[in-house]
Design a protein around this ligand. Structure first.
Ligand SMILES: Nc1ncnc2c1ncn2[C@@H]1O[C@H](COP(=O)(O)OP(=O)(O)OP(=O)(O)O)[C@@H](O)[C@H]1O
Ligand SMILES: [Mg+2]
Length: 331
């Protein structure tokens, strides 16, 4: 049997809530997940299901009104929340980094690309000589296939795709073990998106880091990642190998809904079967399974009792349909 890769990111029963005037917004609920070295794990789910909140929690960058209310987050076996402020500053970018949602606009408009890359090295590698930093900056641009002349460019002189490539280059500048990418290509057209995704895969194969890749585009994630984690109303309702996501058999009803929602192109029309209804309010969640009001397979138990986590094959699912007496075994 092949030896398993080291676990880079380990989430154990993590919950995150925002304080709001209307009450606690339970944006992440009891999430457990592992991401191994050399792997890409996709995190998918509809808008508002808690994907970015989870990413911010991992980076320890939650907004002031948000708190991790339970669970542990470990990166390279280090509890991220046990680090002092000073240690955390070192840990971020060195060990874990993030490409933020709408990151393109995160580049400083009045700074040349060169200075934005230099900034990372200046704060994290203060002893590196300027010529070494320049060499490294050029290597990084080559990695994301951008001409070195653009070191002297300002963000407004670059296309959206180029800006996004630079943001990715900055995120991997210090060769962290974990890179979180939150919708890194959503704002780009499909051709540019495709070329960036191919590059992400290529760089990852060369550098061997782990990627948590967040997207609401199910088909994209299923193609890019080795495993796909599906989030609904703050919970991870399924965690499955990507290769198993080609047919709907054996998957959570919500995952099946996401699969059906992929646009299908036929000879003369595009069809999309959306999931009827909307995700629930995260302040007053439905009883039982949060998906039950939208689930086509709903039965009595779903309305009253939270499903536990079950394993079938290489998948983990939170759904009563997979209870041991039906299909799966308890996790
Ligand atoms: N600052 C905040 N205060 C209160 N609630 C918030 C705050 N930020 C986010 N939320 C709520 O937390 C929930 C999760 O939001 P989050 O941004 O994590 O979702 P997401 O899955 O990343 O969505 P998207 O696909 O749109 O990026 C949402 O219901 C959102 O309204
Ligand atoms: Mg988001």
């Amino acid at each position: 049997m092949p030896t398993p890769s080291p676990v880079v990111l380990e989430l154990d029963n993590v919950s995150v809530a925002y304080e709001s005037r209307a009450g606690a917004v339970n944006a992440v609920r009891d999430v457990s997940l592992k991401v191994e070295k050399d792997s890409i794990v996709g995190l998918v789910g509809e808008s508002g299901c808690g994907k970015s909140t989870l990413a911010y929690a991992i980076m320890r960058l939650l907004k002031a009104n948000a708190h991790v209310t339970q669970g542990s987050i470990r990166v390279n076996n280090q509890d991220v929340y046990a680090l002092s402020a000073k240690e955390l500053r070192k840990f971020r970018w060195n060990e874990m980094s993030m490409v933020f949602q709408s990151a393109m606009s995160a580049l400083n408009p009045v700074m040349m690309v060169e200075d934005q890359i230099f900034d990372v090295f200046r704060s994290h590698r203060p002893n590196m000589s300027r010529s070494d930093v320049l060499k490294r900056a050029k290597e990084l641009l080559s990695l994301v296939r951008i001409d070195h002349k653009h070191l002297k460019s300002y963000p407004h002189e670059l296309s959206g795709g180029m800006k996004q490539r630079i943001v990715i280059a900055i995120a991997i500048a210090l060769e962290p073990s974990l890179v979180i990418m939150d919708e890194p290509t959503t704002a780009l057209d499909v051709v540019v998106q495709r070329s960036i995704l191919d590059q992400i895969k290529e760089i990852q194969r060369e550098k061997h880091f782990a990627i948590l890749f967040i997207s609401h585009d199910f088909s994209l994630v299923a193609e890019l990642a080795s495993r796909v984690a599906v989030m609904y109303a703050g919970r991870l309702v399924e965690n499955s190998p990507a290769y198993g996501l080609r047919n709907s058999e054996g998957h959570h009803p919500y995952t099946q809904g996401l699969m059906r929602a992929i646009p299908k192109l036929t000879a003369d029309e595009v069809t999309i079967d959306g999931i009827p209804g909307n995700p629930p309010d995260l302040i007053t969640l439905p009883n039982g399974c949060a998906y039950h009001p939208r689930c086509p397979f709903v039965f009595e138990l779903c309305e009253t009792t939270k499903p536990e986590r079950y394993r079938t094959g290489e998948s983990e699912l939170e759904c009563h349909l997979f209870a041991s007496e039906r299909r799966g075994s308890h996790v």
